[in-house]
Design a protein around this ligand. Structure first.
Ligand code: NDP
Length: 250
């Protein structure tokens, strides 16, 4: 069991990549907290998984735009499970609009969830992990953290920020025994893509040399590696899980 004895928090854990990561960690022996907004399916998913993996899956309502909720997530996890060994900073939303039509409200919402939320969760994780003297934080970035794409100004700004935030946190946290990495998924078949029409989706698939969308489990496998002790000498990286999307561009 690759995650035996470890306690993992997954933000945005009720759906898509987050839920696949929750399931992967449970199957490898971890105790896992699904952290997601109150209105999500998180409580239901956690209850189902706790039946399959008794006493090992909990739900905590946490909106990553709210510092008090983020801090409470860590307090509740410590109270229930005793430590926080790995965090998947995965909560995120999409956003497609021409930049000249993007309102302050829409722009700031994406930045507040996809970038500021990552910082809030990482900061709370560092406080706990520094006391423990160990831990692994994995931030969900994107191929759009390293390449631009039309009509995704807020999203690409946020994800680019996540990539460089990861590097800084990794340097800062290394002397305290804490690793910080990012994952850069290509287009993955999750509810996040539900708003895209078939033609647009096919155009995006064509950008991946492997000629398909990725599956949530394929990103979960990368999270599992970075969260586990197998990645003990890996910090500050942005691990692409993108079907070759970035290979031809670098
Ligand atoms: P999903 O929409 O399936 O899952 C995202 C989860 O985050 C949902 O459960 C959502 O809840 C939750 N969430 C939204 N806002 C908040 C918030 N403020 N606080 C806490 N949780 C929140 O998307 P994916 O699994 O596809 O995305 C996961 C991550 O992967 C995101 O960071 C995304 O940017 C990134 N990514 C995804 C790619 C893709 O192609 N799918 C490509 C590259 C990166 P609810 O559904 O209730 O809103």
């Amino acid at each position: 069991m690759r995650m035996e004895g470890k306690v993992v928090i997954v933000t945005g854990g009720a759906s898509g990549i987050g839920l696949a990561s929750v399931e992967r960690c449970l199957a490898e022996g971890a105790r896992v907290v699904i952290a997601d907004i109150e209105a999500s399916d998180g409580a239901e998913r956690a209850a189902e998984l706790d039946v399959r993996y008794p006493g090992r899956c909990r739900f905590e309502a946490c909106d990553v735009t709210d510092t008090a909720q983020v801090d409470r997530l860590f307090e509740e996890t410590l109270a229930a499970f005793g430590s926080v060994d790995a965090v998947f900073n995965n909560a995120g939303i999409g956003g497609i609009a021409p930049s000249d039509e993007l309102s302050d409200e829409e722009y700031l919402k994406v930045i507040d969830i996809n970038l500021n939320g990552v910082f809030r969760v990482a900061r709370a994780a560092l406080r706990v992990m520094y006391r423990q003297g160990q831990g692994s934080i994995v931030n969900c970035a994107s191929i759009l953290g390293v390449f631009g794409q039309s009509q995704t100004a807020a999203y690409t700004a946020a994800k680019g920020g996540v990539v460089n935030l990861t590097r800084t946190l990794a340097i800062e946290a290394a002397p305290k025994g804490v690793r910080v990495n990012a994952i850069g998924p290509g287009y993955i078949d999750t509810p996040l893509l539900a708003a895209l029409d078939d033609e647009l989706l096919q155009g995006l698939i064509d950008l991946h040399p492997l000629a398909r969308l990725g599956r949530p489990e394929e990103v979960a496998n990368a999270f599992l590696f970075l969260a586990s002790d197998e990645a003990s000498f890996v910090t500050g990286t942005h691990l692409m899980v993108d079907g070759g999307f970035t290979a031809g561009k670098s």
